[in-house]
Write a protein that binds this ligand. Structure first.
Ligand SMILES: *Cc1c(COP(=O)(O)O)cnc(C)c1O
Length: 444
């Protein structure tokens, strides 16, 4: 047994000493980890720009943008100022029966930035919640049309949509370990993951497979949900825009809604403002999150067409049946508005293009390496798929020693740095990745 709180933790909360770390190890869950055999965690005291400051004084170049979110880097003076200004007015107020400019300004921006017919905004507290809301919208939409027998979702293998149960039920069933929750989770229909890569085109065979999938499964389905172009946490895969066009056409033919989960891809990461822009496809419902606040606070949105909204509101329920306590949190909204302004007024396309060029140039050296199965680069995302599983703890110890921050999973070593990363820092990230990939001792 460990004491509830050690004296030193109680007295001095600003330093991270051994006692604090022992408390963390014994009491605090980190994402997807064990509490009896936890992976090592590195104490961080601050972050600025593209650098993370560890408590031992070591500085790390950030290759992760805190999971797609910190696109402008950390501790940005403009976002800090937006936060402080809003803080002095109110950090939160309930959204039921009240409204405020931070939410209005943000939703105006979202309507402006997203494809044309997406113009009704539901603000959510996290990406997973926004997926739940999108799924509920689709169910309410079909019910309002009298299709009450429909309750299934169509999706693709290797997807990731979040960790709440509804979202999890449309994640890849293998990597999401669906068997653990099989009696609890609704069962949906999974199509093979797209096989044609980003620059490839779909042939008749591909089209027919998708048509057959719809023919078999669309009858009971309310919507097709997928991550457009980039499948993130389910495998870091990039696929041909053709799939989106085919799925859009079939959703229309079968009366299904199309839900595009842009939580990872939204706001420029793939080189377009949204990944659906690569295919010129407009979904009926779009999820955004992650980079929305520039990585400052948790906030997401589910944005739908007026047709979806009107149908739901003319239906039996008459309302959208959802309303989180922290809906439209003003502090998060004010920062998000400021972050989107910062983005659209920055040369983000050029930045992403040069990140893509540099990663390509560096990582292409690995093609043909005996350790590597595939190298993929798209926009501000660089992925090395290795043949063997990577030992996360050992790999991270090596990266930290080398002064960089990257967190691999399974056999995927990847970066999606802040858009503001300096080319020298990006080169260093790539060089350390290349060295690591050739170290036998970093594999399981
Ligand atoms: C991260 C992510 C989510 C979940 O977002 P949270 O904010 O972690 O709940 C959903 N979909 C995609 C594509 C994501 O990358």
């Amino acid at each position: 047994m460990t004491p509830k709180l050690s004296k030193s933790t109680q007295k001095n909360t600003s330093t991270i000493d051994e006692d604090a770390l022992a408390f963390d190890r014994d009491h605090i869950w980190h994402p997807y980890t064990s509490l009896t055999n936890p992976l090592h965690v590195y104490p961080v005291v601050s972050a600025k720009g593209t650098r993370i400051q560890l408590s031992n004084g070591k500085e790390l170049i950030d290759g992760m943008a805190s999971w797609w979110s910190a696109i402008h880097g950390y501790n940005h003076p403009i976002l800090n100022s937006a936060a402080k200004t809003q803080l002095d007015k109110m950090s939160h107020i309930m959204f039921g029966g009240l409204t405020h400019l931070p939410a209005i300004d943000l939703c105006k921006k979202l309507v402006e930035l997203t494809p044309d017919s997406l113009n009704r905004v539901f603000l959510c507290d996290s990406g997973s919640v926004s997926v739940e809301v999108g799924m509920k919208m689709a169910i309410q939409y079909q019910q309002a049309l009298g299709k009450t027998n429909k309750s299934n979702f169509l999706t693709i293998m290797k997807g990731y949509h979040g960790d709440t149960t509804g979202a999890m039920s449309v994640c890849d069933p293998v990597s999401g370990m669906h068997h653990l929750f099989s009696n609890f989770m609704p069962k949906h229909c999974f199509m093979d993951a797209p096989q044609k890569s980003f620059n490839a085109t779909c042939n008749n065979d591909d089209v027919q497979k998708i048509e057959l999938f719809f023919e078999r499964n669309a009858k009971d389905a309310v919507a097709f949900i997928l991550e457009p172009i980039v499948q993130g946490a389910g495998g870091m895969r990039f696929y041909s825009p053709d799939y989106l066009k085919i799925i859009r056409r079939l959703c229309d033919d079968y009366g299904l809604l199309m839900i595009a989960d842009e939580i990872a891809t939204g706001f420029g990461r793939t080189g377009k403002m949204f990944a659906v822009n690569h295919a010129d496809v407009i979904p009926d419902i779009m999820n955004v999150g992650k980079a929305l606040t520039g990585g400052y606070l948790t906030l997401a949105a589910t944005i739908c067409t007026s047709k979806v909204a009107n149908t739901i509101c003319n239906g039996q329920a008459g309302v959208m049946m959802h309303g989180p306590t922290f809906m439209g949190n003003p502090l998060a909204c004010a920062i998000a508005t400021s972050s989107l302004d910062l983005l659209v007024n920055s040369p983000w396309q050029e930045r992403i293009a040069s990140i893509e060029t540099l990663i390509n140039f560096k990582l292409n050296k690995l093609i043909g390496s005996k350790f590597v199965r595939d190298v993929r680069v798209l926009g501000g995302i660089g992925v090395i798929e290795t043949k063997e599983l990577i030992d996360v703890q050992k790999a991270q110890a090596f990266f930290v020693e080398q002064g960089i921050w990257i967190r691999p999973f399974r056999n995927l070593l990847y970066i999606m740095p802040p858009y503001t990363i300096h080319p020298k820092d990006l080169e260093k990230l790539c060089e350390v990745m290349i060295t690591a990939i050739q170290m036998e001792e970093l594999y399981v």
